[in-house]
Design a protein around this ligand. Sequence first.
Ligand code: PLP
Length: 259
Amino acid sequence: MDVVMTIAGTDSGGGAGIQADLKTFQELKVFGTSAITALTAQNTLGVQGIFPISPDFVLQQLTSVFSDFDVKAVKTGMLFSAEIIEVIAHFLQQKNVQLVIDPVMIAKGGESLLQKEAVEALKSKLIPLATVLTPNIPEAEVISGIKIENEDQMANAAHKILQYGVQCVVMKGGHLHDQYSATDKVYLADGTTFSMKSERIQTKHTHGTGCTFSAALTSFLAKGYSLKNAMIEAKKFVQLAIENPLNIGHGHGPTNHFA
Ligand code: PLP
C-alpha cells in the first residue's frame, strides 16, 4: 500500500483541508497520514476561527510519521505562518519524496489562511523543493507578482514561478472569466506546456475543490503515474466531485468525494 501525507489545516465542516485530503486518499486507495498545521472552526458558510499549532508540534508530527512509514508523496495545504513553513521545509529538504504544494492563501469567504509575511518563506524555502505547485489565479498573482487577465500573463507568471525551482506549475483556470470552460494550464521546467480543458460547471458547491485536486494528484504520483497522467486523472476526479454536489450545509457545499 502506498503511503502519502498531507500537511495542512483542518476543516471542522469536513469539506476542505485535512478532511478533504484524507477522504480523497481513501477513495483513491492510498494510505493517508497527516501533520496538522492549524485547526479551523469552519462550515460551508465560512471560517469562524483559526487555532495555529506550534511549529515544534508540527515537526513532531512529521518526525513521528516519517520515522515509521515509507512516505512516497506529500502535499501541503494551509500552512498559516512563516515559522511553520520553515520547519516543514527544513524537514522535507532531507527526505526523498514527491512534493505537491497547494499554496492555500484565502478561503472563499475571504478569511486569510496564510499570513502575508509567510509568502516570502513559501517562495524561498518550500517552493524550490516541490515537484508541482497548484495555484489558482489569485495565488499565482501573489507568488509571481504578475497580474493575470489572459493566457499570456498566465504563461509569464508560470515561467516566473518556475524560476523559483519548482519542476511544474499547474495554473487552475477556474477564476478566469471564461463562461464556458475551466481550462487548467500546465507548465513544465523543460519548457513544455499542455492544457486540461473542461466544461465550466455552474455551481456554488466548490468548497474544497483545490484541496481535493492536489490530494488526488499526490495519490496518483505515489502510485507511480507520470506527472502528466497523474494530473489528468486528478482533474477527472475533481471534475466528477464538482458535477455531483452533495447538497449539504447552507453555503458553499463540499465537493463530493464519493462521485
Ligand atoms: N480551510 C482549509 C483548512 C483549507 O485548507 C482550505 C483550502 O483551500 C480552505 C479552507 C479553502 O476552502 P475553499 O475551497 O472554500 O476556499
